[in-house]
Design a protein. Structure first.
Length: 93
């Protein structure tokens, strides 16, 4: 009982100071969206490189994903569009 009461007081204190349980600051939807966008832009080239390294099925999967803007983040689809047509790295192998 005491532990539960202490936890409730702790959560109320955090909420009153703009924090969420665990000590991390609560993010607004806009801030969360900016963070996701930054991560998508950062890792889109890695996804393209992985598809090129693995070749075959993964290139085809990347080609399909590049046409599905409704399912994948825009930076990913933009990076994977390079797999459409004849990609120089695929022709060199």
């Amino acid at each position: 009982y005491r532990f539960t009461q202490r936890r409730l007081r702790h959560q109320a204190f955090l909420a009153a100071n703009g924090l969420k349980f665990g000590g991390a600051p609560a993010l607004t939807d806009a801030e969360r969206g900016r963070q996701w966008d930054a991560l998508h832009h950062k890792h889109a080239p890695n996804i393209l490189r992985m598809a090129l390294d693995l070749r075959g099925f993964y290139v085809k999967l990347g080609q399909v994903a590049s046409t599905r803007g409704d399912m994948f983040p825009r930076p990913w689809t933009e990076a994977l569009r390079q797999l459409q047509g004849e990609h120089p790295e695929l022709l060199a192998r």
